[in-house]
Design a protein around this ligand. Structure first.
Ligand code: FCB
Length: 387
């Protein structure tokens, strides 16, 4: 059996986002989940609308310390989470400093446990006041975002070294503005490009503000890239278009990898509970595709919906194997964040998909460490993978 070693200092993490785990959020998504349009849609599909309302989610807002103890017990040394804009600025220009203090406590709780915080500033949910004025279609949205980012940075930059401004701009824009399946359910190529441009602008403004307030911090985005076998043109657009737009304004690239895509569709690959084909070597190709940016890379998401936990450990090991191969080829991958630390609210798919290293019983909010989490924990502890 061969042994694969990661270098000392490699970050071993897991990730969540506010709306998916915190509970109690009031934002454009929580409104949409309860809207009559959405409820009607779900009923028509024979689904129970209550399963598609984020509500208390995993109650992580209250139970974060307990969750961080679990990270520690599983030897994790990094955690990615997001700050919920709608908590900080529930109405326009009015900052809720109590919520800033909440996130300060969250960050300090991580620091006390020697867990490096990676803080996402926009993971798809908007304050209701902003959504009402057009959300990211509003030409002022990038400036509102920058104002929010400055407030966060002025208050918390001394505790945070890594910022992720925007999570997966292409997944968000295609689901919300092309396919029309996520709020605000728009289907317009014109609006799609408007929003893409506004997100790029928002990132650049935020990048400058974050670096101005704290010269030493590292700023990037989390980018969902797909390995497109034999469809290079699509691959170019999906994987590079946004990154090229912001290329001079990033200190690292956060890569989120879940899929590969072939034309014609390849059949026979194992799939996750979401039906996503499992193709670990794709992470190697997508990492190599980032070479030209000459930036450090963190895998900021990679994970599987696997309710019975029968495939997760192998999934993690196989993806780490290919990440290591990319490192051997000279790519500077500095960390890995499994998606997700906890079972959570999977957007329009509700609570059914189970991505967590830790299982949540939503009736009692009890946490249970899955077997695969212990396998991952062992890798985190030893920095090595047995193949
Ligand atoms: C990613 C999202 C994350 C989660 C996973 C499964 O696209 O960033 O919030 O939904 O997929």
């Amino acid at each position: 059996m061969s042994e694969i070693r990661f270098r000392d200092g490699f970050l071993w993490g897991s990730a969540t986002s506010a709306h998916q785990v915190e509970g109690g959020n009031v934002n454009d998504w929580s409104k949409w989940e309860k809207s009559s349009k959405r409820v009607k849609q779900l009923k028509k599909q024979g689904k129970d609308p209550d399963q598609y309302i984020s509500a208390q989610a995993g109650d992580h807002y209250r139970l974060y310390e307990q969750d961080f103890d679990l990270i520690k017990s599983l030897n994790g040394n990094a955690y990615r989470f997001s700050i919920e804009w709608s908590r900080i600025e529930p109405s326009e220009g009015k900052i809720d400093y109590k919520e800033i203090e909440h996130y300060r406590r969250v960050i300090l709780a991580l620091r006390q446990r020697k867990i490096e915080p990676f803080v996402t500033l926009y993971h798809w949910t908007l304050p209701v006041w902003l959504a009402k004025t057009g959300g990211w279609q509003n030409r002022k949205a990038p400036y509102y975002f920058d104002r929010f980012v400055k407030i966060i940075s002025e208050n918390l930059s001394s505790e945070v070294d890594f910022w992720i401004t925007i999570n997966e701009p292409n997944i968000y824009t295609s689901n919300s503005y092309l396919k029309g399946i996520w709020p605000p359910q728009v289907k317009s190529i014109f609006k799609y490009f408007k929003v893409v441009n506004n997100l790029a602008k928002a990132h650049k403004l935020a990048y400058r503000s974050l670096r101005l307030i704290d010269l030493d911090c590292q700023v990037g985005i989390s980018k969902n890239n797909i390995y497109f076998k034999n469809i290079p043109f699509v691959g170019y657009f999906w994987n590079r278009y946004f990154l090229n737009k912001i290329k001079d304004c990033q200190d690292f690239i956060g890569l989120n990898y879940y899929f590969h895509s072939t034309f014609p569709k390849k059949r026979g690959l194992p799939v996750s509970d979401m039906g996503w084909p499992i193709y670990p070597k794709g992470i190697y190709y997508t990492i190599k595709g980032l070479k030209k940016y000459k930036k450090p890379i963190y895998v900021t998401e990679n994970g599987i919906a696997d309710k019975d936990d029968s495939r997760r450990a192998k999934y993690i090991k196989d993806h780490l194997y290919w990440i290591h191969q990319a490192i051997e080829d000279g790519l500077d991958v500095k960390g890995y964040f499994y998606w997700s630390l906890l079972d959570n609210f999977e957007w329009d798919k509700g609570f059914d998909p189970r991505f967590g290293l830790i299982e949540i019983n939503y009736n009692t909010m009890e946490r249970k460490v899955r077997r695969s989490a212990r396998v991952y924990g062992q890798i985190c502890k030893t920095n090595k993978l047995e193949k």
